[in-house]
Write a protein that binds this ligand. Structure first.
Ligand code: NAD
Length: 498
């Protein structure tokens, strides 16, 4: 069986713990590799290598650091097909979607190529007599990222792309479920010219995460995953004096106004609810049609649309989506569907019995559609993270607006309408971090910033864009005086500008 290694100080390292995580091929249900789960000592060795490498890397001028990012982008594009195939074989998403995963990460790398411009500080000439004030952004030192299984290329690049470009070194602890692409990315960073130790990949579970959260040399931790663990990471990291940004789960709503273009909405909803088997934090698992007529029509068209969906293996170019990541996850989704029935929602389409001929042991599940879902149901309140779309009917714009606003999660939301005034009001008032107007998956472009609200994100600073740069740097402000002649004033009184 293929053994996966850690990648530390520019080298592949075999795990020493004797503990491993199985890496499945979700298409077949077979274990195809195993990832070592690091000990605290292994994590410490990686941090020491990262700390040693960071000094020289921070002293490398920003334009040279940017050149490494340019070259990295070229190398990832060179290897795009191979990377996408590996990604699909461990995650289960279809190849085109794996390429999208990699491409969205590369867009952050493109942003990082402009880091010399973004890192320019601020300057005030003549803040007082002979006094100039200026600020500079400096790297933090060693930073770490802990990432989920569902975007094994994009989310690591969100983090290390910015962290490294600004002069930090980085420890990446990817999901143990699909760890191969993150290691390949670290190898490509080396090939692109990053010195050994600047990007390290350490595989692991809670032991490695706790070692990251408590390590005195790690200055900042970026986490993306489920909300309970995000909250734990936020609290534990902060208690150990670290900067922490911890993105959690989601339950995005799509509001469909009576004037929306339903043909477009149904296509958009289908992709956003069922694409990647619903395993996206920006999926749209809840649709809120406003008014009875909109709801009835939407339901009818949605049923017809679902019938056209093809579930297949991840290398099938005709498949709309592939298997989910694991057997336990598939069972959890099926349990939620059963619970929805028990709670009194109407199961209009049931995907539980789906089986793919020749791949009966794969982790496949068909698309499901619920109608009559209400606010009080657990299946509405919690994240299912599978190919399940829930219709929650609303009678008015205000009621539709209140649903995502009052939900425990606040990652993304979308409104479908032809009415600019309604869309504008919705965007302004909704209590959610990222809003789409006739855009079902409003993941912001790399030079804007990604982050949800409420239980979808803990911490103060978002991912990528200028917010990301702020997260991975600290500001130093210099007040300089070059006096002419004698200095006047009382040295014991706080200086003020006259
Ligand atoms: P997860 O929380 O199980 O795992 C995330 C990371 O935490 C992994 O690296 C994992 O090894 C580690 N981990 C797991 N258990 C741990 C524990 N007990 N203590 C410490 N660390 C632990 O999440 P997942 O299943 O890999 O990913 C799916 C989740 O991520 C969903 O909830 C999804 O909404 C969320 N997500 C959020 C965003 C966002 O930006 N808000 C983006 C992608 C995914």
């Amino acid at each position: 069986m293929r053994a996966i290694s850690h990648f530390v100080n520019g080298q592949a390292l075999e795990g020493q713990s004797g503990r491993f995580g199985d890496v499945f091929n979700p298409n077949t249900g077979e274990v195809q590799a195993r990832a070592p789960l690091a000990t605290e000592a292994e994590l410490d060795a990686a941090v020491q290598a990262a700390a040693a490498a960071q000094v020289g890397w921070a002293a490398t001028n920003p334009q040279r650091r940017a050149r490494v990012m340019f070259e990295f982008k070229r190398l990832v594009e060179r290897d795009m097909n191979a990377l996408a195939e590996i990604l699909s074989s461990e995650h289960g998403k279809v190849i085109a979607d794996s390429k999208g995963d990699i491409q969205r990460g590369l867009e952050v790398i493109e942003f990082a190529c402009g880091i010399p411009h973004v890192l320019k500080g601020e300057y005030t000439e003549g803040a007082g007599p002979g006094i100039d004030v200026y600020s500079m952004r400096q790297p933090l030192g060693v930073c770490a990222g802990i990432t989920p299984f569902n975007f094994p290329a994009m989310i690591p690049m969100w983090m290390f792309g910015i962290a490294i470009a600004v002069g930090n070194s980085f420890i990446l602890k990817p999901s143990e479920k699909d760890p191969t692409v993150p290691v390949k990315l670290a190898e490509l960073m080396m090939e692109a010219g990053a010195p050994a130790g600047v990007l390290n990949v350490v595989h692991g579970d809670k032991t490695a995460v706790d070692a990251i959260l408590t390590h005195p040399l790690i200055r900042a931790v970026s986490f993306v995953g489920s909300s309970d663990i995000a909250h734990y990471v936020y609290q534990t990291g902060a208690a150990h004096g670290k900067r922490v940004q911890a993105m959690g789960g989601a339950k995005n709503h799509g509001i469909v106004m009576p004037d929306a273009d339903l043909d477009q909405v149904v296509k958009d909803l289908s992709g956003a609810a069922f694409g990647s088997a619903g395993e996206r934090c920006m999926a749209l698992p809840v649709v809120v049609p406003v008014g009875r007529k909109t709801g009835d029509e939407l339901r009818e068209r949605m049923v017809a649309e679902i019938e056209t969906l093809k579930v297949g293996i991840s290398t099938d170019p005709a498949a709309h989506y592939g298997p989910v990541v694991g057997a336990a996850h598939r069972a959890k989704i099926a349990d939620y569907i059963q619970l929805g029935v028990a709670e009194g929602a109407e199961l209009v389409v049931d995907g539980r019995d789906f089986a793919l001929q020749g791949f009966e042991n794969g982790f496949f599940i068909g698309p499901s559609l619920f109608d009559g879902v209400t606010k009080g149901m657990k299946t509405y309140q919690e994240e299912i993270f599978g190919p399940v779309l829930q219709i929650v009917r609303a009678e008015s714009f205000e009621e539709a607006l209140s649903l995502p606003s009052e939900h425990q999660y606040g990652n993304g939301v979308a409104i479908f309408t032809r009415n600019g005034r309604a869309a504008r009001e919705f965007a302004s008032r909704v209590n959610v971090g990222m809003v789409g107007i006739n855009v079902p998956i409003p993941v912001p472009v790399a030079y804007h910033t990604f982050g949800g609200w409420k239980r979808s994100a803990f911490g103060d600073t978002n991912q990528h864009g200028v917010e990301g740069v702020k997260f991975y740097t600290k500001v130093k402000t210099i007040t300089a005086r070059w006096p002419e002649g004698d200095h006047e004033g009382d040295a014991f009184v706080i200086p003020t500008m006259k």
